[in-house]
Design a protein around this ligand. Sequence first.
Ligand code: TMP
Ligand code: ASP
Length: 239
Amino acid sequence: MKGSLLYEGKAKKVYTTDESDQLILSYKNDATAFNGKKKDEFEGKGRLNNLITSNIFEYLHQHQLETHFIKALNETEQLVKKTTIIPLEVVVRNVAAGSITRRLGIEERTRFTPPLVELFYKKDELNDPIINDAHAYHLTDVTEEELSSIKQMARMINEQLMGLFREVGLQLVDFKLEFGRLEDGTIVLADEISPDTCRLWDLETGEKMDKDVFREDIGNLIDTYETILQRLEAYTCAK
Ligand code: TMP
Ligand code: ASP
């Protein structure tokens, strides 16, 4: 049963449940970008990100990658294991796009082999700055061993997701992950994986099929996310 509201973020609300080690995530229709400076609301977005994340986390479980996800409860809510989020945004990049093109003057569409893993400090007041490992040890409780395992998990998740998205005609350009600590200290993948947190380009047309349609005002967000969900469902149901 859904308990009290524990926390409200930009894209989700978090509720307690009857079980002390489980939480309910409720996906909102709000869209924000550029650290909340651009805002809008899209009817149906919460449903799409909930169902897309659920589909992807189930796929990761089938490939022995552990996450906080337990099950989707309804169209906009999912049950997850309770974790304490480590305030790091772990970004994996296969192809240059977004902030790295501006920060380092790398041309968009340049390939990274091997993929790059970057760390950002999750702190709205500071605009989520990019940080290095030493900063992460100072700013969070993560140990050297844990950070190395987080980066390894991020690379393995990237391998699986590149394969999944390729099967549905999409190139996984980059994405952001967050990890959380279970009560026993184990670190697992948490938060969401959706077109809000990934860059996805259509393999045939090169068209952007993610939150960049909102950031850059270049298309219909709901139609785009619906296409992603339908392609993922068609692939995972057929298997
Ligand atoms: P960036 O190019 O802005 O650094 O973003 C890299 C990837 O991480 C992109 O797929 C979007 C995702 N991302 C988030 O999900 N949340 C964020 O707060 C940021 C900055 C990026
Ligand atoms: N998610 C971040 C924000 O809302 C950055 C972005 O996606 O553009 O500020």
